[in-house]
Design a protein around this ligand. Sequence first.
Ligand code: KIV
Length: 288
Amino acid sequence: MSQPTSRSPGDAVPGQDPALAVSPKRVRVHHLRAMKEAGQKITMLTAYDQSTAEIFAEAGVDVLLVGDSAGDNVLAHDTTIPVTVDEMVPLVRAVARRAGRALVVADLPFGSYHASPEQAVSTSVRLMKEGLTHAVKFEGGRSVVPHVRAVSGAGIAFMGHLGFTPQAEHALGGKRVQGRGGAADELLADALALQEAGAFAVVLEMVPAPVAAKVTAALDVPTIGIGAGPDTDGQVLVWTDMAGMSTWSPRFAKRFADARSVLLQAARDYAGEVRGGAFPGPEHSYDR
Ligand code: KIV
């Protein structure tokens, strides 16, 4: 039986504003399309472990992306490029097991899909069977259309990623805004090609806001922006940027908290109490 997309006020879903037009018990790809049609913004955050998955799901975030940004946020690399499928699988599985109502999307890391459509399918299958993801994402436009067709044809939900594509950082000459000037038409052609090949949504990263707005208006499927202005159908941020866990974050990433300072202080307090003998106290000890 299909999930209802509209719920009456009072028929609340945990973490969701009951006034929202589209408020499914469990977010599926068609709900994202319904959100676009209803003008309701889609919310997406990265997550790489069970705690963040649980917290973001409880907050009502619609989509959890297990991004290959795990490379520079979990695995201490400088870029996403060294990330492997073996490293992604346990992260994806942890998030998928704690995602609650959220739709889980897993990134195919660099080198795990480029070789052929068959490679894209077999990596996607692995992330679904071993990682339990609901959907996959990989970077590229018209050059990966055969891969997208193969993945979609295998019954796998696919999200595209255009604009600044971090796996191509060296080829693009660094972290640079994409789609300026004449490149805007190329970006639009890529987005339309991904939609036609079966993408259920397209991420637009570091794209001028007017270009992202034009692409969003031209597509039937939703766009999710990161550094792409306010007119995309949804927004995504890397959670460590959003919550202020990282020491550096890009200009487009608003810090909604200072989680790093909170953790730093907690760890300092803990170490101080252990060294001073205040912890553990009697309430944390067993008499017998
Ligand atoms: O890996 C990632 O976190 C991403 C986002 C930047 C969209 O792809």
